[in-house]
Write a protein that binds this ligand. Sequence first.
Ligand code: SAM
Length: 200
Amino acid sequence: LLAKGKRKSKFFRMSSGKSHVGRKDDPVMQYLLNHSLREHPALKKLRQKTMEHKLSMIMVACEQSQFMANLASLIKVKKAIEIGVYTGYNALSIALTLPADGKLIACDVSEEYINIGRPFWRLVRATHERFNYVPIYNFIIIMKCIFTVNVLWSGRVVNPEEGDIDSISIDKLNKKLHRDVRIQLSMLTVGDGLTLAFKI
Ligand SMILES: C[S@@+](CC[C@H](N)C(=O)[O-])C[C@H]1O[C@@H](n2cnc3c(N)ncnc32)[C@H](O)[C@@H]1O
């Protein structure tokens, strides 16, 4: 457990981080990518295109996305919902694991971001619904398996500052998940934190 005020310590920077931001120059991360990443050519092109965007740091980490897609494949997911698409890297990654009769619904509030990715992910349908993290949780709990990304929020979930709405609401969701006896969960340090929650 970390004391208040240690948010920017070296520990925080090392405990999580995406391969394209935070851990970009980390040789261990390079090793991990070189020895495990199996990126579909369409995903690679989409990632490269996304890296040109000013907000590329918000893209899912490719290693994290592959982990989610592998788990989806392992449990033979047929229907999935992606909330917060950005340019669609993770949506496409999951879509590629679905069977021919599978279905993915992807939602984002930004037409601009979707338009960057659209040429690369014609497989995915997007809707434009507005949601908040906690209310949608009550809906998606009916799903068998939920991935929540960025749950560590670069360490800012530890003692979130007053007025830092994002950190406070992610912390609130993390606590809610932890308390929820209906699910089993693991919080992983892959990417900027990934929670896997599922029902047996
Ligand atoms: C961290 S990015 C998502 C990264 C994405 N999953 C990927 O594969 O790269 C967060 C996205 O959520 C979207 N977003 C923010 N608030 C939202 C909301 N209330 N409903 C749907 N999308 C939202 C943002 O526009 C942004 O594209």
